[in-house]
Design a protein. Structure first.
Length: 206
């Protein structure tokens, strides 16, 4: 005849079984949380351009507002994805509709009265021009591509920038969009690859 199990032993057995179950459930939950998140679906922006823009959700600074955006979208695009090369950091892009006006003056002409006569070639084929002391752009340099910078130009802070990843400002037009770009001065040599990537993303052709 089997001996009766004491109440204390029954309680200990129940506690052990409960602990084992709890640990097993914890392991399942931990494994589920450790799974890489499913990639978010691309976001379609249709109000800014003649053809809808299909953009990775991870690029959008405010994903929820981008689908209904009528005035602008703000993006943070990894240089690696933009250029297809191993370049760290992000390019910050604000896209708006380009104004329907005549072509503006080239950057070299627009800033001519603020610049010194000095011109220095730099990596990537850009020409560096310095702003004169006492002008609104003191403490910045102007970088121009292909002569007067009609294709690409950027103003970059020369000293310590509060945000090094946004030390340079460039404004370009791609198709029907005006793009305002912020990026690190270290990415200046990659301007051509960056511009080609932007034209691929925002250009009028699919």
């Amino acid at each position: 005849m089997s001996r009766p199990v004491s109440a204390d032993r029954r309680l200990m057995l129940a506690a052990a079984l409960g602990l084992a179950g709890s640990l097993g459930l914890t392991g399942i939950v931990a494994a589920w949380l450790a799974r890489p998140p499913a990639p978010a679906s691309p976001v379609v922006v249709s109000a800014l351009t003649p053809r809808p823009l299909v953009l990775p959700a991870a690029w959008l600074v405010r994903p929820g507002a981008a689908e209904a955006a009528h005035e602008r979208i703000d993006l943070a695009i990894p240089w690696t994805e933009l250029t297809g090369t191993v370049l760290p950091g992000l390019m910050r892009v604000t896209a708006t509709r380009a104004p329907e006006t005549e072509a503006p003056l080239s950057p070299a002409r627009r800033y001519a009265r603020f610049l010194t006569a000095e011109a220095q070639p730099t990596a990537g084929g850009l020409m560096r021009r310095r702003f004169r002391a006492g002008t609104p752009f003191e403490g910045e340099d102007l970088y121009l591509a292909e002569g007067e910078g009609s294709r690409f130009a950027a103003r970059c802070t020369t000293g310590r920038a509060p945000e090094p990843d946004a030390a340079c400002l460039s404004e370009i037009r791609v198709g029907s969009l005006a793009l305002r770009l912020r990026f690190s001065a270290e990415r200046l040599p990659a301007w051509s690859a960056g511009l080609a990537g932007l034209e691929r993303v925002f250009g009028p052709d699919p």
